[in-house]
Ligand binder design. Structure first.
Ligand SMILES: [Cu+2]
Length: 256
């Protein structure tokens, strides 16, 4: 029995860590469409689609060649040549090339075989205030794709209007952020190797985000109320993510 409880605890921990995996990077796709090996695509900036991609530092761009011809993705421009920041070399139909951008700036690139093919990646520093004040918002932003997503707005409201209004809530946010940023960068690297992971995380965290929305509709003015609702929600989530699966597993085992 002790072993079972320990296993459940380990699984729950893995799950929580998994959520954090979704935080730090996004992946963006660029297509090399058919027919780009002859001139013409440059007139409408459609040699790489999209021509320009705006990303945050740490994000990854994946180029996919869907043309019949070989192409390259080479940093620099046709006039001055490659600048050696990244270079795919020649890659053929259905092959991919990816590059992770670790510094901010505007990065031009082109195809060395077809110098009319050009594109640009604009790499921005993520807004600092988001990461300092809202771990929850960061997770949700990465998972739901935009800071304007309703789930993200909901978390931001909860943080600003409820949690940061009381001492217990503020203390919780500080502790949470310290914990959160102490181990996430290493895990983020692992996530970049698993492109399907984000969708899994989305499915996994949606019940939790939904349960947090309860807090937007209750009065939380005193520290005792924050504590009470906080603990209730943790128990509710533990029940949803650990209790229900555990009951199901135990039920199956009884039948066997
Ligand atoms: Cu090309």
């Amino acid at each position: 029995m002790n072993l079972t409880i320990f296993s459940i605890f380990v699984l729950f921990t893995i799950f929580m860590v998994g959520i954090v995996l979704a935080v730090f990077s996004d992946t963006f796709g660029v297509l090399i469409p058919e027919g780009t090996s002859v001139r013409g695509c440059e007139t409408t900036d459609e040699c790489y689609i999209p021509f320009g991609v705006k990303i945050d530092v740490g994000d990854e761009v994946i180029w996919t060649n869907v043309d019949m011809a070989f192409h390259t993705v080479t940093s620099g421009n046709p006039t001055d040549g490659p600048d050696d920041l990244f270079d795919s070399g020649m890659f053929k139909i259905d092959e991919q090339f990816s590059h992770k951008f670790e510094e901010s700036g505007n990065f031009d690139y082109f195809c060395t075989l077809h110098p009319w093919m050009e594109g640009i990646i604009v790499v921005q520093v993520p807004a600092e205030d988001v990461s300092e004040n809202g771990g929850g918002c960061l997770i949700a932003t990465a998972t739901y794709g935009s800071e304007l997503a309703p789930q993200v707005q909901q978390l931001r409201e909860l943080r600003d209007n409820k949690l940061l209004q009381t001492e217990t809530g503020s203390a919780f946010m500080h502790g949470f952020n310290d914990f959160y940023y102490s181990f996430s960068p290493g895990i983020a690297d692992y996530e970049r190797e698993n492109p399907y992971f984000k969708e899994t995380v989305k499915i996994a965290i949606t019940p939790m985000i939904s349960s947090l929305s309860i807090l937007n509709h209750v009065e939380m003015e005193t520290d005792a109320e924050v504590l009470g609702y906080g603990i209730s929600l943790i128990l509710l989530n533990f029940g949803m993510y650990v209790g229900i699966p555990a009951i199901v597993v135990l039920g199956i085992r009884k039948k066997i």
